[in-house]
Design a protein around this ligand. Structure first.
Ligand code: ZN
Length: 179
């Protein structure tokens, strides 16, 4: 952990999750998800984005968190993406796809990913580091249940890779939250 940005995690005695290195392909698409987060932020939303990619490299869908612009509290990037792709692709096609998310999926989005039959997830900033940006405001805090806990409860394996590209994924959050 050599280049942790100036983001001291207060009141946490647990070590932060270590960055997981990505290959070129996963890095490419995770960066697209981070770009979607920035689109969402530019429209006044929380800075989260997601991209779904087929094994052949087809971008099957993209989404950003749209909760502010729609007023729909379930409009997280990953759940919005699942809503968009689920009617358009078969469960078999979704089972082969990888969902890239700029941030670690919350419990709702992990559930949506499960229901969509998506079986591989790569994410950027993790929930622990996100807490630094969210601060202690109740309206910004997350339910503290890891997406891995949800995926581990699935009857089939859901691969979950992250945190990755932490510095790049963190940049979208600088100045984006009330403190
Ligand atoms: Zn979510």
């Amino acid at each position: 952990m050599t280049s942790e940005p100036a983001l001291a995690v207060s009141a946490s005695s647990e070590p932060l999750p270590a960055e997981v290195p990505l290959d070129e392909r996963d890095g490419l698409y995770l960066r697209q998800a981070i770009a979607m987060a920035d689109v969402g932020r530019s429209r006044g939303n929380r800075p989260f984005g997601a991209v779904l990619v087929s094994p052949a490299g087809e971008v099957m869908g993209t989404a950003w968190c749209n909760t502010t612009e729609t007023g729909d509290c379930t409009g997280h990037a990953e759940t919005s993406l699942v809503r968009a792709v689920s009617p358009r692709y078969s469960r078999d096609e979704l089972a082969q796809a990888t969902l890239y998310s700029s941030g670690e999926p919350c419990v709702m989005c992990a559930g949506a990913i499960y229901w969509a039959n998506i079986r591989r997830v790569v994410y950027g900033i993790d929930a622990w580091r996100l807490r630094v940006f969210r601060g202690e405001r109740l309206d910004q805090r997350d339910a503290e249940l890891s997406c891995r806990d949800v995926f581990d409860a699935s009857p089939y394996a859901i691969e979950c890779i992250g945190p990755s590209l932490i510095d790049e994924a963190s940049r979208s959050h600088v100045g984006a939250w009330k403190v």
